[in-house]
Design a protein around this ligand. Structure first.
Ligand code: PAF
Length: 291
C-alpha cells in the first residue's frame, strides 16, 4: 500500500494508471475508519483496478470548532485496517496541501437540498463538503467514487454536483453497515458511553417502526397516505424516542427522493426516505431508511 501526503506525487502515480487504462475507485474519508468505510473500500477493490482512499478531516465542513477538535483521529489504526483489506493507495494531505493559505469553501448553488435538514442545522457544512470533494475528485480523477447511504443528503448533493458539472465519475451508493443492534456505524459512535450506546440503538428502531406503520397502511389501503396520517406516524415514533431522556431529536422528516422535497403525503409505489438526526448525550448522530 502506497501512502502519499503530497498532491503532485499522488497525481504523478495516478497519471501512470490513467495512461494504462486501469480504472480508479475512490473512497474519500475523514479517517476513524469502521466497517462501513471498509465496505466502501472492498466494493471498490472488486469493481475497479486501483483503489484510492483519502483521509482528511476537512475543517471547512465543520460549523462547530468543538466538533472539529473532537473528531476522532487514529491514523496508525486506519492505515492497518486499509492495509488488511488490500487498499492500494492512501492519500493523507494536510490543510496547506488542500487549501493553500485560504481555508475557505466555494459557494454552490444546487437548490434547497443544500439548505434544509443538515444544511439548515449545520450552516456552511455542504459548501465545505462539496469544496473538498471537488478538489479531491480533480486530484484523483476516479472512474467511480464510493459514498455511504448513511449520509443520504450528502450523497444526494454529490449526485447533483456530478450532474450539474456533467462529470463522468460514476457515483456508487453503498448500503449502511449496522451493528447487530441496528445502530448505523459512525466514527462518532466512539464518543458514546455504554448507556448512550444503548439509547442510540433506538434511532434505528424509530426509523424501522415508522417504515412499518407506512407499510401497514399501504397493505390495507389503496389510497395515498395523507398528510395527517403521515404526521401522526411521525409524531408517534418521535414521542417514543423522546421517552428516552438521553435522546434529543433534531429532526425527523420524510423526503421525496426524486427532488429532495419534504413529502406531504405518500403515494403507493414511490420511494421516500425518512431521515433523522438526534443527539444522544452530547453526540449528534444521523441515520435514514428507505420507505
Ligand atoms: O463523509 C465524509 O466523511 C466527508 O463528508 C467526506 C465525503 C470525506 C468529505 O470530507
Amino acid at each position: 500500500m502506497k501512502i502519499f501526503n503530497n498532491t503532485n506525487q499522488l497525481k504523478k502515480t495516478i497519471s501512470k494508471y490513467l495512461s494504462s487504462d486501469k480504472t480508479i475507485g475512490f473512497v474519500p474519508t475523514m479517517g476513524a475508519l469502521h466497517d462501513g468505510h471498509l465496505k466502501l473500500i472492498t466494493t471498490s477493490l472488486k469493481e475497479t483496478n486501483i483503489t484510492i482512499c483519502s483521509i482528511y478531516i476537512n475543517p471547512t465542513q465543520f460549523n462547530n470548532l468543538n466538533d472539529l477538535n473532537n473528531y476522532p483521529k487514529n491514523h496508525s489504526e486506519d492505515l492497518n485496517k486499509l492495509k488488511n483489506v488490500g487498499c492500494n493507495i492512501v492519500f493523507i494531505p494536510n490543510n496547506k496541501e488542500m487549501y493553500g493559505n485560504k481555508l475557505e469553501s466555494n459557494n454552490y448553488n444546487l437548490g434547497n437540498c443544500l439548505t434544509v435538514l443538515e444544511g439548515q442545522k449545520r450552516p456552511g457544512h455542504f459548501n465545505g463538503m462539496l469544496t473538498i470533494v471537488e478538489k479531491l475528485f480533480s486530484i484523483v480523477s476516479p472512474n467511480k467514487a464510493y459514498f455511504g447511504i448513511k449520509d443520504f443528503q450528502q450523497l444526494w448533493i454529490i449526485k447533483q454536483l456530478l450532474i450539474s458539472t456533467s462529470s463522468p465519475i460514476i457515483l456508487r451508493e453503498i448500503e449502511t453497515v449496522r451493528d447487530p443492534s441496528g445502530l448505523a456505524l459512525s466514527s462518532r459512535n466512539q464518543h458514546l458511553t455504554k448507556n448512550e450506546l444503548i439509547s442510540a440503538t433506538k434511532i434505528f428502531t424509530a426509523l424501522s417502526d415508522f417504515k412499518m406503520h407506512v407499510h401497514m397502511f399501504f397493505s390495507k389501503s389503496t389510497k395515498n397516505l395523507n398528510n395527517n396520517n403521515l404526521k401522526k406516524y411521525i409524531n408517534q415514533v418521535k414521542s417514543n424516542l423522546s421517552n428516552d431522556t438521553l435522546i434529543k431529536i433534531d429532526y425527523f422528516e420524510v423526503i421525496d427522493i426524486e427532488n429532495f422535497s419534504f413529502a406531504k403525503n405518500l403515494k403507493h409505489n414511490k420511494q421516500y426516505r425518512a431521515l433523522i438526526a438526534a443527539y444522544v448525550g452530547e453526540t449528534r448522530l444521523i441515520d435514514n431508511i428507505l420507505i
